[in-house]
Design a binder for this molecule. Structure first.
Ligand SMILES: [Cu+2]
Length: 254
């Protein structure tokens, strides 16, 4: 990390642990320094105006207004820089995230089902097939309503609160919700997506570092919303070392 990027760290951003995260960090880093420069610039201008046009020096209003073009040039430069940031960097990066999903079996597919107030994870197990889920089978011991009669579901892994995936392999998380709108946010992976009832919304990321990372619900989803953060209750996301081609099965309930 360059010393310029310290501004991200200073503002509380956790270290990046995903393959695309550095691009987001660069944009954030530039935007933060740019905002810092604007803050200093506009503040200096404000103080200058307070002194320059103080009542003692200028008792009557001047109706001619500004004659120099400096402010117009400055404002145009700010708009230009912001446009380049948005059209040249932010939108292409976002487009890549939503259009270029890893093909077929290359990625590990995980179903993330949010509920008030935890995230449930459904992995297909060694056979790579997701078992059928139906709301009629749902109970306290079967929170996602996995069909007990479906052979594809026999080896499925369903956990609440903790998800283990391999590193250096793309992970596609398909988000849905059992009740209200939640948001599955992995700050260290620089990725987030809304979990909306009735929708399946895929997001993807490639972890590049092992470790235990935080999952946060980033939509105010009810009274227990704060509990969907890792710091309060250990809701952790971990990337385990290894080059498994099947999902890492050592997931456990927290
Ligand atoms: Cu939530």
């Amino acid at each position: 990390m360059s010393s310029l990027a310290l501004i991200n760290e200073f503002l509380g951003q956790p270290p990046n642990a995903s393959s695309h995260g550095y691009q987001i960090d660069h944009i954030l880093e530039f935007a933060h320094w740019f905002m810092g420069a604007l803050f200093v610039g506009w503040s200096a201008f404000f103080i200058f105006v307070l002194i320059r046009f103080r009542k003692r020096r200028q008792p009557g209003a001047d109706h001619k207004g500004v004659t120099s073009g400096i402010s117009t040039h400055l404002e145009f430069s700010v708009v230009l820089i912001e446009a380049v940031l948005l059209l040249g960097f932010a939108i292409p990066l976002w487009a890549k995230r939503v259009n270029q999903f890893p093909p077929g079996k290359e990625a590990l597919l995980v179903h993330v089902v949010a509920q008030q107030f935890s995230f449930n994870y459904h992995l297909p197990g060694p056979d790579g097939q997701f078992g059928r889920r139906d709301i009629s089978f749902e109970s306290n011991s079967n929170p996602l309503g996995l069909d007990p009669n479906d052979p594809a579901g026999k080896d499925d892994i369903i956990t609440a609160g903790e998800l283990h995936v391999p590193v250096n392999r793309p992970v596609v998380a398909e988000l849905s919700s059992k009740d209200v709108i939640h948001d599955f946010f992995l700050p260290s992976m620089r990725i987030a997506g809304d979990a909306i009832p009735g929708s399946l919304i895929p997001i993807w990321f490639t972890p590049i570092k092992t470790g235990t990372y935080e999952v946060i619900c980033a939509q105010l989803c009810g009274l227990g919303h704060y509990g969907m953060k890792g710091a309060k209750r250990p809701v952790t996301w971990s990337a385990k070392n290894g080059k498994q081609t099947t999902p890492d099965c050592s997931v456990s309930n927290s």
